[in-house]
Design a protein around this ligand. Sequence first.
Ligand SMILES: [Zn+2]
Length: 260
Amino acid sequence: MQHLDPESLSLLALGEELGDDAADHLRSCTSCAAEYRGLRRAVMAAKPGPPDATALEPPGPQVWAGIHRSLGLSAAVADDPLGSRTSSPSPTPSGSPTPLPAREERTGRRQEPGRGSGWFRRPGVWLAAAAATALLAAGVFWSVQQNQPAVTPLAQAKLAPVDQHSATGSARVVEAKDGQRALEVRVDKNEARGYQEVWLIAPDLSRLVSLGVMTSESGTFSVPAGLDLGEYPIVDVSDEPVDGNPAHSSVSIVRGTLAS
Ligand SMILES: [Zn+2]
């Protein structure tokens, strides 16, 4: 079977008439009909005015899964954000030929020779595809934003190396919607000979609170409710030997002072 060429398909999608032969083929050929539907959706999406939601087929769950994986998003947003909207069955089963415009709309004018010599040169096709892509990207971005837990950075610190160390890093305190604060710590390398422990320390170094062990180059630590960060503004990552002694080893790797 001789399929429709890409130029004819895109002209059809743009609403031009190509005559009975093309129309008959489109009605009987599943493959060309699927191509036409895809191009038609892009054209509809690019039309001025409010987007015609009925012309856009929501992406399947595998699309979100791919985005989720490649962006390394958290498990909290693993569910397809459009999942609830994809549950209703499509009125047109995939694979079946697409209904065409009424006959009088597509008969009459055949394409003139030399006109539109290459579908890829037609700006409308590219514009339509670009607009459809932008709409999809905007929708995905919006969905991700909606699903992320809102955090408010309260303070942050640059972490500078101490003594013989050369690691650097950063720390910030964030507050979740429920008021729980967390210290997020990141260093560019783990220089501990034992293990890294994260502390909040008073300016005169007389009092300190251990927030926990950090086994890699980053970690998030709950800040105890009621702990005044103004009294314990120094973020310190120490090198602790595995000796069972809970006190600070006095060997600091990086240190910095929180500022809002
Ligand atoms: Zn075909």
